[in-house]
Design a protein around this ligand. Structure first.
Ligand code: DHB
Ligand code: FE
Length: 280
């Protein structure tokens, strides 16, 4: 049986990809940020996940205003890094797991989550930056990736509670796959940041850390945080944090924290990172 063994939350700031690609991860600006991922890079070497369900959002790379899927699952065999204006990142292509992805798609849809199915797309910094943070610069990513894209760009975006419920359904889907697979689920984006308008540059250390606290234990309170609170407290792009609730919902009733890191600022964003284990 496949099993979700751990959850990882992480910001996905594009500048971190630039730091990796230009060899600047140890300089004064980036050093303290990457130091907070060192524990996880070592841990992943021993965990060796077979597959990662990587919850992220596309930033007008694969989708635009022509099509806005609320929840989409990648069922393809591989995905190329997207060109976000500076040419595609020179990182390995992402390998999918079509068998598990189609199984999850079927299970979710029959469980009343109307997923969009994507066989072909390029993946942007929302997906490749967390891979770089957790795995460094390998020739080949050490796990197969099932991209799970969430619309957090164009309103209406899904509620935190709906994201949590999707996470629960992903857990049921994974656990009904007959092959023995070590599966992790990652939730990316956040933490507080606003890239536009009069409040551009907003960061909220206190609120972000309260959110990280909430992800540990039974976390039920996190499901009820309304959109307006993310917007008010964490800026327009802080809404990306609802994706972390898909990860949290997939870990079951209660969790234990294995590692946690917070750093302000990186570009316009508060960097948050957490590693959780189911503790039922
Ligand atoms: C930044 C952060 C993001 O989450 C993003 O998607 C794009 C840019 C930033 O802080 O620069
Ligand atoms: Fe983003």
């Amino acid at each position: 049986m496949a099993k979700i063994t751990a959850g990882v939350g992480s910001s996905h700031v594009p500048l971190l990809g630039v730091a990796v690609d230009q060899g600047k991860t140890q300089d004064d600006y980036f050093g303290p940020i990457f130091a907070g991922y060192e524990w996880t890079r070592e841990w992943e070497k021993t965990e060796k996940p077979d597959v990662i369900v990587l919850v992220y959002n596309d930033h007008a790379s694969a989708f635009d205003m022509k099509i806005v899927p609320t929840f989409a699952i990648g069922t393809g065999a591989h995905y190329k890094p997207a060109d976000e204006g500076w040419g595609p990142r020179q990182v390995p292509d992402v390998e999918g797991h079509p068998d598990l992805a189609w199984h999850i798609a079927q299970s979710l849809i029959l469980d009343d989550f109307d997923m969009t199915i994507i066989n072909e797309m390029d993946v942007d910094h929302g997906l490749t930056v967390p891979l770089s943070m957790m795995f460094g610069t390998p020739d080949k990513w050490p796990a197969k990736i099932i991209p799970l894209a969430v619309n957090v760009v164009t309103y209406p975006v899904p509620s935190g509670n709906r994201c949590w419920a999707l996470g629960e359904a992903i857990k049921r889907a994974v656990e009904s796959f007959p092959e023995d697979l070590n599966v992790q689920i990652w939730g990316t984006g956040g933490m507080s940041h606003q890239l536009q308008g009069p409040r551009a540059g907003l960061l909220n250390r206190e609120w972000d850390n309260k959110f990280l606290d909430l992800l540990v234990g039974d976390s039920q309170e996190a499901r009820a945080i309304p959109h307006i609170e993310y917007l008010r407290e964490t800026g327009s792009e802080g809404i990306e944090m609802v994706m972390w609730l898909i990860m949290r919902g997939a870990l079951g009733k209660t969790t234990k924290c294995l590692h946690r890191h917070y750093h302000i600022p990186c570009s316009n964003t508060a960097i948050g990172h957490i590693v959780l284990e189911p503790a039922d």
